[in-house]
Design a protein around this ligand. Structure first.
Ligand SMILES: Nc1ncnc2c1ncn2[C@@H]1O[C@H](COP(=O)(O)OP(=O)(O)OP(=O)(O)O)[C@@H](O)[C@H]1O
Ligand SMILES: N[C@@H](CCO)C(=O)O
Length: 293
C-alpha cells in the first residue's frame, strides 16, 4: 500500500492561460493505492459526495488506466472540487505519484504529468497540464506541448474560495477564440514580466505580470463578487489579483507580511456582495510526495 499527498494549485496566473501554474503549500489531497485486479475508487473528505467513484469518470481512475496500474484507490479530498484550486488535478497528481511507486514504474516527471493531464481531459474536455504540472513538480511551472519545467520560487499568496462552484468546462466555453495584436503584445509583456518576477522572488513584478485583458475578464464576469474582492485586496496591499484557474477562486500575490490583511479584504469583498468566502494564507510550495508505504 502506498499513500501520496499532492497540493492544490493555481493555474493561468492571468497572463499564462493553459501554460503557467503554481503549487500552493496547502491544502492538498491524500491518495492511497493498493494493487488490485481492477481499479475501484472510494471518496472521502471535502465535497467528495459530488465526485464520481466510477474510475472512468474520476481523474485518479483515469490515471490508473493510463499507467496500466490497476488499484484499489482511496481519495481523501482536502481541495474542494469545482474550486479553481486544481481539485481534480490534485487527485490525479497524487494518484500518478503513488501508482508509480506502487508498481515501481520509474517514470520521469514529464510522463507523470502527461498521464495526470489525461484525468483533466475527462473533467474539462481538454488535457491541459497547467494544474497537474505544479501539483507534481512543485514551484512555478511552465507547460508547453513540447515540455514542462519548474522554477523554485519564494512567493507569498492568498487564495480565496467563495462559497460557489465553478465548472472548468463551462468556464472554457466563455474564453474568446480570437484576440488583437495589441492584446497579444500586452499579454507577452505581462507573461515575460511574471517569469522574471518568479526568478527574482519579486511579488511586484509577478503581480504586474498577472495583468491580462482577454481571458481573465471573460472568466471574472462569471464570478459574483470578484470585482469587489479584487479592489479590496489591492487596497490592502496585494501586488496583483487574478482569477485562479477557471474560477471561482481568486488568487492574490503579495509581500508575506500583508497576507492576513489581504485574506480579510478578499473575504470582506465577497461578503459585501452577500457571498461567504474562505481565504487561505499560503505560499508557493512543493509538489506531490510519498507520505507512507
Ligand atoms: N478526483 C477528483 N477530484 C475532484 N474532482 C473530480 C475528481 N474526479 C472527477 N472530478 C470532477 O471534476 C470536476 C471538478 O473539476 P474542475 O476542473 O471543474 O474544478 P477544479 O479542479 O477545482 O478547478 P480548476 O481546474 O479550475 O483549478 C467536478 O465535476 C468533479 O466531479
Ligand atoms: N487552464 C485551465 C485551468 C483550469 O483547469 C483553464 O483556465 O481552463
Amino acid at each position: 500500500m502506498v499513500t501520496a499527498w499532492a497540493p492544490a494549485t493555481s493555474a493561468n496566473l492571468g497572463s499564462g492561460f493553459d501554460t503557467f501554474g503554481v503549487a500552493l503549500d496547502r491544502p492538498g489531497d491524500v491518495v492511497t493505492v493498493e494493487r488490485a485486479e481492477e481499479t475501484t475508487i472510494e471518496m472521502r473528505g471535502l465535497g467528495s459526495e459530488f465526485i464520481p467513484e466510477d474510475p472512468a469518470k474520476n481523474t485518479a481512475g483515469v490515471v490508473a488506466a493510463e499507467l496500466d496500474a490497476p488499484a484499489r484507490i482511496t481519495i481523501d479530498k482536502g481541495v474542494r472540487p469545482s474550486s479553481g484550486l486544481g481539485s481534480s488535478a490534485a487527485s490525479a497528481a497524487a494518484a500518478a505519484v503513488a501508482l508509480d511507486d506502487l508498481y515501481d514504474l520509474g517514470l520521469d516527471d514529464e510522463t507523470l504529468v502527461r498521464a495526470a493531464a489525461e484525468g483533466e481531459a475527462v473533467v474539462s474536455g481538454d488535457a491541459h497540464a497547467d494544474n497537474v504540472a505544479p501539483s507534481i513538480l512543485g514551484g512555478f511551472t511552465i507547460v508547453r506541448e513540447d515540455g514542462v519545467f519548474s522554477v523554485d520560487t519564494d512567493l507569498a499568496l492568498v487564495a480565496c474560495l467563495p462559497d460557489r462552484v465553478g465548472s472548468t468546462r463551462e468556464a472554457r466555453d466563455v474564453v474568446p477564440q480570437e484576440t488583437t495584436l495589441d492584446e497579444l503584445v500586452h499579454t507577452v509583456g505581462s507573461a515575460a514580466t511574471l517569469v522574471a518576477g518568479m526568478y527574482e522572488n519579486d511579488p511586484v513584478r509577478v503581480g504586474r505580470g498577472m495583468d491580462e485583458r482577454v481571458v481573465t475578464p471573460a472568466r471574472a464576469a462569471l464570478i459574483d463578487g470578484y470585482d469587489a474582492a479584487r479592489e479590496a485586496a489591492l487596497d490592502a496591499g496585494a501586488t496583483g489579483v487574478t482569477v485562479s484557474g477557471a474560477g471561482p477562486s481568486v488568487l492574490a500575490v503579495c509581500y508575506p507580511g500583508r497576507r492576513r490583511d489581504i485574506a480579510a479584504a478578499l473575504t470582506s469583498g465577497f461578503d459585501a456582495e452577500g457571498i461567504d468566502a474562505r481565504a487561505f494564507q499560503t505560499r508557493v510550495g512543493d509538489g506531490a510526495y510519498i507520505l507512507d508505504r
